[in-house]
Ligand binder design. Structure first.
Ligand code: NAP
Ligand code: ZN
Ligand code: ZN
Length: 347
């Protein structure tokens, strides 16, 4: 066991505070990672505030982890001390079901994926995430961060990056495709960068034009305010693919009207409330409404290599651990440009 400093929510909706946690001894196939940076995902806030239902406390959130391997178990073959690595939203899965074998561990139908935090590990103990100075993870759930990507801007790729990369690839974002990204937050800004790098024509649909200059610099070709009803008239029938990253319930019917015939609205946002939808919005133009959750381990590595090749990192605001609670408030207020990343040396 190793005792490490961490930031935890002691109870639902309580402010996060400094504490210490125990990490398991480094097992045969484990790597001990000295965490350098941890991104703040809106999912951390949903869970720390129990917005998605009952959660496990104390909770150490954080599933956008970038660090350096400091020790390996005797059976580890993929990593050695000193390697730059990342850990995303899962730290285990059954490894035997069809999805695990196909590299879709996030959809494990055996035991279910084991979340990096707010979950119970195979040892029966709660898992604790990346707002901490170190973590022990099985090597099969660790990915390599290419040398050209600085660790601080790479951290958010482990959730925000893969969550957008996966549906953009699956639904064919690329040259000749009109792709819209709804919400220019942590996920959305990665979506703009990645869709642009894939060669798609990219439009940002944001609540206002407040972040327009940023959106265009990130690689968007067009930028519209969804707060202006004229946007929905002007853009009706425009997109092959829309990816919604919005953390609050949205009028999906209105967004489906922006798709071309047989277009797809892929949702990755995870609002706490259900939405209602008039299904005529789907059947009218043969449209699809899809969901997507992060990505598999091999796909996460592919995404990191793609980002390195295209020089893509997140736009971040580096914070100290004692600024986490303030950062949460700013994320909830859509006041993030575009990901808060914790310098874990300050914990
Ligand atoms: P974020 O940084 O807060 O970004 C969300 C963006 O949604 C905001 O920046 C804002 O963009 C827009 N938005 C917020 N409230 C809105 C409202 N009431 N109406 C319209 N637009 C609104 O959050 P994030 O970290 O990117 O995460 C976004 C969502 O995805 C969260 O629910 C999170 O839990 C979920 N998530 C899902 C997965 C997955 O695997 N599917 C992975 C990670 C996160 P504008 O200011 O541009 O309008
Ligand atoms: Zn996340
Ligand atoms: Zn499985």
């Amino acid at each position: 066991m190793t005792t490490v400093a961490a930031y935890a929510a002691p109870a639902a909706k309580a402010p996060l505070e400094r504490t210490t946690i125990e990490r398991r001894p480094v097992g045969e196939f484990d790597v001990l990672i000295d965490i350098k940076f941890a991104g703040i995902c809106h999912s951390d806030i949903h869970q720390a505030r129990e917005g998605w239902g009952e959660a496990i406390f104390p909770m150490v959130p954080g599933h956008e982890i970038a660090g350096v391997v400091s020790e390996i178990g005797p059976g580890v073959t993929k990593f050695k001390a000193g390697d730059r690595v990342g850990v995303g939203c899962m730290v285990d899965s059954c490894r035997a079901c069809d999805n695990c074998r196909a590299g879709r561990e996030q959809y494990c139908t055996g035991s279910g994926m084991v979340g990096t935090y707010n979950a119970v590990g195979k040892d029966g103990k709660p898992t604790y995430g990346g707002y901490a100075q170190a973590i022990v993870v099985d090597e099969n759930y660790v990915v390599r961060i290419p040398d050209s990507l600085p660790l601080d801007v790479a951290a958010p790729l482990l959730c925000a990056g893969i969550t957008l990369y996966s549906p953009l690839k699956r639904f064919g974002a690329g040259p000749g495709k009109n792709v819209a990204v709804v919400g220019l937050g942590g996920l959305g800004h990665m979506g703009v960068k990645i869709a642009h790098a894939l060669g798609a024509e990219v439009t940002v649909l944001s609540q206002s034009l407040r972040k327009k200059d940023d959106g265009l610099k990130l690689g968007a070709d067009h930028y519209y305010a969804t707060g202006d009803p004229a946007t929905f008239e002007k853009l009706a029938g425009s997109f092959d693919l829309i990816v919604s990253t919005v953390s609050a319930p949205l009028d999906f019917g209105a967004y489906l009207s922006l798709l071309k015939t047989e277009g797809t609205l892929a949702n990755v946002g995870a609002p706490e409330e259900p939405i209602s939808l008039n299904l005529f919005a789907l059947i009218g133009g043969g449209k699809s409404l899809a969901g997507s959750m992060i990505g598999g381990i091999a796909e996460t590595q592919e995404m990191l290599d793609f980002c390195a090749e295209h020089g893509i990192g997140a736009e971040i605001e580096l914070i100290r651990a004692d600024q986490i609670n303030e950062a949460y408030e700013r994320v909830v207020a859509s006041d993030v440009r575009y990901r808060f990343v914790i310098d874990t040396a300050t914990i």
